[in-house]
Write a protein that binds this ligand. Structure first.
Ligand code: MN
Length: 730
């Protein structure tokens, strides 16, 4: 492909998802980058412009970003590698685009030294925090992806170093932003250089068995497909062989050969609703034998990056184990495209159902509502780590401090002795004042002296971290006890006077023990010392003591409060349902609105009673529901009615079952298999632990009648570890 053809492809790709893109500017960015990089060559011998073009192509194809991002991707190396400056780019394009390019260049300049895990985590956070605008990190990841794709032209040392960085920094960042596809490719490419022998082995073995594996994938897929069609569960199913790095990691972790690896294959079933996820799980376990200990419910407990899915591993008929992932379409989008998917859902005004779960993404997206396609991810500010700042020590370690931190915080984070002996600080080799605010990526150096006088009291106000403040307090507490007591006593006395109290009230032997207890100190002297070094305040001491003195004086006239008896509770109103289809006959009343109480969710066959609600029609309770108990009826007998089941009951009724059990592995799995074998549709499943170490699993299901209900409860009762199966009421 010629450079021109590659550019045409880029425009075509962008046009497909964003016809309103600013193609004039994109073309200008391409032309300008081409001019700037004129004469530069890549290691492959190709003209340099091939690289920014390819990065822009990834940004368009994989992430579908806005015009500004495409332009910034085309220009991403001009500030770093050509005479062009931030001002040039800002003038010719826009200040935002110049900032994006500058942001990418800044990330490029960071030096990575291979360090322990904690350092890696801080580096990842630092990169994201430094990005400020999320598009910077997205472009940077795309840049790295293309560099990894063309790594063969680099020296072996460079290959190893870049691959390690990619594996440790960029793949996890892609994962964290939820971009699975890019993460996989980065991992596979890195593996190719980090362990070429292992990589080749996996690739060639997979190639050799391709025909066999493909046949297996097709056969199994058809089997699952057919069964789900029979049950009329709307779905899509497909299978794949896992990607090389994930196979490699398993071989390595489990010390196994390729043949011994479990779940080389993964199938995915996509459905419309969460309830269907559990229904499909039951069906899969009905067709294939589940392998114990391999079931994971990431729907009930989602991963930190928002990933949701059910995972299970089962044994196929020919002895080949495979994994099945079951999720809704929405969960799938989020798993594949991460940040971008959240935005898309938001924009189309659908799928906002997972309120509260993607807090940080939502915060990022809050100002995006109503934006058009061109505004895609526009000006998304990265505030994921807005309350943290990441700086380097002179030897390249990363320190993680609260935002607004100063050299004082940094010094005490290193060691209290460093803080206590600090006489000066340098940031990026320049001397700064102690209240200088540190920025991401700063290199901070602390100058110390043995003859330092120690911290001053002002430092406590300057320090941002509670760690630094408490270490400074510690120093004053130890070094200056006499002074602290004197200072503390004088501020206490002042505050006391202010509150209109006298010292005699405090020192009165009858009051003093109560007062000391109230402020949690053993003696007044201890309290003065604490006030003196800042561990406690005179205001707090006086206000607590004042309250206590008031209480003591009132104690004698204390009166008993009488409580009014509680009014009988009115049954909780629940959602109204259309009367004619409910199958309920209300004695003496025709055509009245009927709804089922949420507290006891009756099903046909249950003995029932009706209650005339205020404005919600007749609410139907089970006769044994505590809300319908005779003692609750006092004073409103006239509102209780006799109701019975008619012959035209609905196909199914929503109801609830509680399963009390000893928590154990695979419990949820057995429960969902039992539900599937009784043809029960599940719409929700929630589990919580009780204080005495049991688990209560609440099942929201739909059943036809009491007979099916009984069958389900029997099945559940037979599961090992299940102590009690009940229908909640009241
Ligand atoms: Mn680049």
């Amino acid at each position: 492909m010629t450079v021109q053809e590659q550019y045409e492809l880029l425009e075509k790709t962008v046009r497909a998802y964003n016809p309103a893109a600013d193609f004039d500017h994109i073309r200008e960015a391409f032309a300008y980058a081409d001019r700037c990089h004129q004469g530069q060559k890549r290691k492959s011998g190709e003209p340099y412009i091939i690289h920014p073009l390819a990065v822009a192509q990834i940004v368009a194809e994989e992430l579908k970003l806005d015009s500004e991002s495409i332009e910034a991707a085309l220009l991403h190396d001009v500030i770093e590698d050509t005479p062009a400056t931030h001002e040039d780019v800002a003038r010719m394009f826009s200040p935002t685009i110049a900032d994006l390019v500058e942001g990418v260049s800044k990330l490029t300049r960071i030096q990575y030294a291979t360090k322990e895990d904690e350092q890696m985590e801080n580096l990842r956070k630092m990169l994201i925090a430094m990005s400020k605008d999320i598009r910077v990190i997205l472009i940077k990841v795309s840049d790295r992806l293309h560099n990894m794709r063309t790594m063969e032209y680099q020296s072996p040392e460079k290959q190893k170093q870049k691959s390690l960085e990619t594996m440790e920094i960029y793949a996890p960042i892609s994962h964290r932003l939820g971009m699975q596809r890019i993460k996989w490719e980065l991992e596979d490419l890195s593996l190719k250089y980090l362990d070429p022998v292992g990589y080749e082995e996996i690739i060639s073995r997979l190639d050799a068995k391709k025909t066999e594996y493909d046949a297996f994938l097709l056969r199994t897929q058809t089997q699952i497909d057919d069964r789900l069609n029979e049950l009329a569960i709307k779905h899509m199913v497909y299978g794949r062989i896992k990607h090389p790095y994930s196979i490699y990691r398993k071989m390595f972790n489990q010390q196994k050969s390729l043949d011994e690896i479990f779940d080389l294959f993964a199938f995915r079933v996509l459905v419309d609703t969460m309830g269907d996820c559990y229904n499909v799980l039951g069906v899969i376990h009905d067709i294939y034998k589940p392998i114990p200990g391999r079931f994971k419910d990431y729907i009930g407990t989602e991963k930190p990056n928002g990933y949701q899915s059910l995972h299970t591993t089962v044994m196929g008929p020919d002895g080949l184990p495979f994994e099945v992932q079951i999720r809704t379409w929405k969960m799938h989008e989020i798993a594949e495209y991460g940040v971008a998917a959240h935005w898309k859902y938001k924009q189309h005004g659908q799928g906002a159902g997972t309120e509260g779960k993607y807090e940080w993404v939502r915060r990022l997206l809050e100002n995006q509502e109503g934006a058009d396609a061109e505004e895609y991810i526009h000006s998304l500010k990265v505030d994921m780590f807005a309350d943290e700042v990441f700086v380097f020590t002179p030897n390249g370690d990363v320190q993680n401090l609260p935002a607004g931190a100063t050299p004082i915080d940094f010094a005490y984070a290193i060691h209290s002795a460093v803080g206590n002996r600090m006489v000066g600080a340098k940031v990026n080799n320049r001397i700064v004042t102690f209240d200088h605010i540190l920025k991401n990526g700063d290199i901070v150096e602390i100058m110390t002296s043995k003859s330092a006088k120690g911290p001053s009291r002002d430092w406590m106000k300057i320090a941002k971290s509670s760690e630094a403040r408490s270490k400074i307090r510690q120093w004053f507490k130890k070094e200056k006890r006499e002074e602290n007591i004197a200072n503390g006593r004088s501020s206490f006395e002042q505050e006391l006077k202010h509150a209109g109290l006298v010292m005699k009230d405090v020192t009165d032997p009858e009051n003093l023990p109560h007062l000391l207890k109230k402020v949690s100190y053993g003696t007044l002297e201890e309290m003065y010392a604490a006030i003196g070094y800042g561990g406690f305040t005179a205001q707090k001491a006086v206000s607590r003591m004042k309250g206590e003195l008031l209480r003591i004086s009132r104690q004698h006239q204390a009166e008993e409060l009488t409580l009014k008896p509680e009014e009988p509770p009115i049954p909780v109103p629940s959602r109204p349902v259309s009367k004619s289809e409910q199958g309920i006959i209300v004695e003496g009343l025709d055509n009245c609105l009927v709804k089922f109480s949420r507290c006891c969710t009756p099903v046909p066959g249950d003995e029932i009673v009706g209650f005339i609600t205020r404005g919600y029609g007749v609410s139907v309770h089970r006769a044994d529901c505590p809300n319908a108990a005779p003692e609750r009826r006092t004073g409103q007998e006239g509102r209780w009615l006799k109701v019975t089941w008619g012959s035209d009951t609905n196909e199914s009724y929503p109801t609830t079952i509680d399963v009390v059990c000893k928590d154990r592995m695979n419990l949820i799995l057995d429960i969902s298999t039992a539900l599937s074998s009784t043809n029960t549709f599940v719409s929700g499943l929630n589990s919580r632990s009780t204080e005495d170490g049991f688990a209560v699993i609440r099942l929201e299901i739909r059943v036809r009648d009491g007979a099916q209900m009984k069958a389900i409860m029997n099945k559940l009762n037979q599961i090992s570890g299940v102590l009690r199966v009940t229908r909640p009421a009241g």
